[in-house]
Design a protein. Structure first.
Length: 355
């Protein structure tokens, strides 16, 4: 994994090979922990069964599969979910305006002084009748390109554009519990990932997460590769954008198997001479055959002080993306907008069961 904090690398990579992928990830939790969101814009969706089938027929045919996924949480339960894949020409990147659009949804960057800000607009109506409309605005300190810089020959680049930002959101939702008008403030995280080969070729499994403590943000990255490991974590001072501690000792335990056979850990420990971290992945908020998302609790012992924070953790086992046994489940959640919706996606009662 190549890891960076490079603001010059926010643009889509048009030179990705046909088997590559690319996404921009945003998440946030409200100050009281009641609400959370995860929004991902894809230039090329690695979870697309259409993409995988086309590559099986012609590995050299270059065709992008833009998509957007939206998850809104209240009290650690999903109240709105969508995963929509669009035609290639519905993706637009305005390099001068630093604006990425997919149909009616967009985000736009604003770089002024020592602040890095963005505005995101969501506007969707699903076949089930569920809707979302509103904005998320975030702002954080500019990270120097030297903050984190880990280069390798790996085919995946993880660019931490905003390790922490303050956000305010206003969203009108017609979701699981009917109509909601949500106005929240909190802290969030934003990154940009690009790969030049299918994820299953780069690694076997990947744990990663972020926890915003009072004086710093903890970000960890634990990757089981084919024959090696890459275990790294950083405590980043949000005020002066510096790395307070770099941790390379990690252990994960208490593995639990879900209904699809996915076997992932519930406890993660990180250590360095100055720091010990205990993370409990307590509340599962997304669960599938190859991907899981959790609200976790972290306890950080650092310089004689104890810090506690909730945060978002994730796990992926990419080999299962290509296992066609699971594709009927994928097709219930992932809507291909150039085709008629799956019958489950048309049901206001059935579709939320897939969330």
């Amino acid at each position: 994994m190549n890891i960076s904090t490079d603001l010059d690398q926010v643009s889509p990579d048009p030179n990705k090979p046909p088997s590559g992928y690319e996404w921009w990830y945003f998440d946030g939790l409200s100050m009281d922990g009641t609400y959370g969101f995860v929004v991902i814009f894809y230039h090329d969706n690695p979870f697309s069964t259409h993409k995988i089938r086309k590559l099986e027929k012609d590995p050299c045919k270059k065709e992008f599969h833009p998509a957007i996924s939206v998850s809104i949480y209240r009290n650690k339960k999903t109240i709105y979910y969508s995963f929509l894949e669009f035609k290639e020409d519905e993706f637009n990147w305005d390099k001068d305006g630093l604006k990425l659009s997919i149909q009616n949804n967009f985000f736009q960057y604003d770089l002024k002084g020592n602040r890095f800000s963005f505005e995101m607009k969501l506007d969707q109506e699903l076949a089930s009748g569920h809707k979302i409309n509103g904005t998320v605005k975030g702002s954080g300190g500019l990270s120097p390109s030297s903050l984190i810089n880990s280069e390798s020959t790996d085919q995946h680049t993880w660019n931490l554009l905003l390790p922490v930002f303050d956000f305010e959101s206003e969203l009108m939702i017609n979701g699981l519990d009917g109509k909601d008008h949500i106005m929240t403030e909190g802290k969030g995280y934003h990154d940009h990932n690009t790969g030049n080969e299918p994820m299953k070729e780069s690694f076997k499994e990947w744990y990663w997460g972020r926890y915003h403590c009072k004086d710093f943000t903890l970000i960890y990255y634990l990757m089981e590769k084919h024959g090696s490991q890459q275990l790294e974590a950083w405590m980043i001072d949000a005020e002066n954008q510096s790395v307070l501690e770099y941790l390379t000792e990690a252990d994960w335990s208490y593995k639990t198997r879900n209904w699809f056979g996915l076997n992932s850990a519930r406890k993660i420990e990180l250590n360095s001479p100055q720091v010990s971290v205990n993370i409990q992945l307590k509340d599962k908020i997304d669960d599938g055959p190859f991907y899981q998302r959790f609200i976790g609790d972290s306890i950080v012992n650092y310089n004689g002080q104890v810090y506690a924070a909730q945060g978002i953790s994730e796990y992926i086992y990419p080999e299962n993306i290509h296992n066609k046994v699971f594709w009927p489940l994928v097709h219930m959640r992932l809507r291909y907008m150039d085709q008629a919706p799956h019958w489950v996606q048309r049901s206001s009662l059935m579709y939320p069961w897939t969330w």
